[in-house]
Design a protein around this ligand. Structure first.
Ligand code: 13P
Ligand code: SF4
Length: 319
């Protein structure tokens, strides 16, 4: 509709005027993903968002995603101004891992190398030896395990146990989970596979083990999209936030993508395969933050200086 087109044009004009760049995650509104691509920004997984934001020359980044993504951008580029459409867009993994309780957990296990998932607060990252994202967590833990290190892992128990099972590493797990991926159901997925025997199953590793068990491929959002393009199949069952389907369909036209089943009864499904915090990002609030240059992310410099070490370890490893 005309109103939406006008809003998008306004955002494009404001991005230019403010010399700002838009960095979006695959789970946000399709219009925001398209805008990011059309205006020289990026739409990607958490690792690529971090790298893109760090390397881009723009002095202002607008991060369309959830809070930890904005904080990571700020920690990597303290001199840049980081804005977000809604500062209340958080993540159940971040909420489920308060920094003080996490510090006590680390203090109780001083013999372990502390590896935390990107989906955590700056204060939790500051306490960690390594930060990892879903695309590289397995490789980093395998590397640490090969060096004989014992791991303390937080916060996602499903991703942690998947990595533990794949690497054989000694991992002590924090018991957090993502409220979106926790809803995917193994039994129902098995039934759906029987309906589509030729379909390949793509699974994000924040999903429970009995869902991962049905996967033909497990990986980050970017890796799932790449697999949808590369794998020789015409139908895919996708176990992650359904925001990803926009990019998957564009990247692999002609292929069919089906959402993996969540709770059998949608009335009992809390999130129904869409993150309520990612959904807080829209055209309207994006236009407003660019207009007002409001909703800026701040990270205490002392916290940022500690957290950047764990993030840079990952980025150096990935390079
Ligand atoms: P990716 O790094 O795979 O994009 O995952 C981020 C996330 O929040 C998944 O829920
Ligand atoms: Fe956090 Fe899950 Fe939302 Fe990703 S989908 S931001 S892990 S709550």
């Amino acid at each position: 509709p005309a109103e939406k087109i006008a809003l998008k044009e306004r955002i494009k004009r404001l991005l230019k005027e403010r010399e700002a760049v838009l960095v979006a995650h695959y789970y946000v509104d399709a219009d925001l993903q398209d805008l990011a691509e059309e205006t020289g920004g990026c739409v990607s997984d958490s690792l690529e968002m971090a790298r893109f934001g760090r390397d881009h020359a723009a002095k202002t980044l607008v991060v369309a995603g959830v809070r930890f993504m904005g904080e990571t951008a700020k920690i990597l580029s303290p001199e840049k101004r980081i804005l977000m459409p809604d500062l209340d867009a958080t993540c159940s993994l971040d909420l489920g891992c308060p920094a003080d309780e996490f510090a006590a957990f680390c203090d109780a296990h001083p013999d372990r190398t502390v590896v935390v998932y990107a989906n955590t607060s700056a204060a939790v990252k500051a306490r960690a030896d390594w930060m990892v994202t879903s695309s590289i967590g397995l490789d980093i833990v395998a590397h640490l395990h090969a060096q004989g290190k014992k791991i303390l892992w937080a916060p996602d128990k499903h991703l942690g146990s998947y990595i533990q099972q794949r690497t054989g590493a000694d991992m002590l797990l924090w018991q957090g989970s993502c409220l979106v991926h926790d809803e995917f159901k193994g039994v129902e997925l098995d039934l759906l596979k029987a309906e589509y025997p030729n379909a390949k199953v793509l699974v994000h590793p924040e999903s429970p083990a009995n869902v991962v068990a049905h996967a033909d491929m497990v990986g980050s959002t970017s890796q799932m999209i790449a697999a949808a393009v590369a794998m020789d199949a015409d139908t895919f069952i996708v176990a992650t936030d359904n925001g990803i389907l926009h990019k998957m369909r564009a990247a692999a036209p002609g292929k069919r993508f089906i959402e993996a089943p969540t709770a059998g009864n949608s009335a009992t499904c809390k999130s129904c395969a869409h993150c309520p915090w990612m959904a807080m990002n829209g055209l309207q609030n994006l236009a407003e933050v660019l207009e007002n240059m409001g909703n800026e992310i701040h990270v205490e410099p002392q916290v940022g200086q500690l957290a950047v070490r764990s993030i840079n370890r990952m980025l150096d490893f990935a390079a």
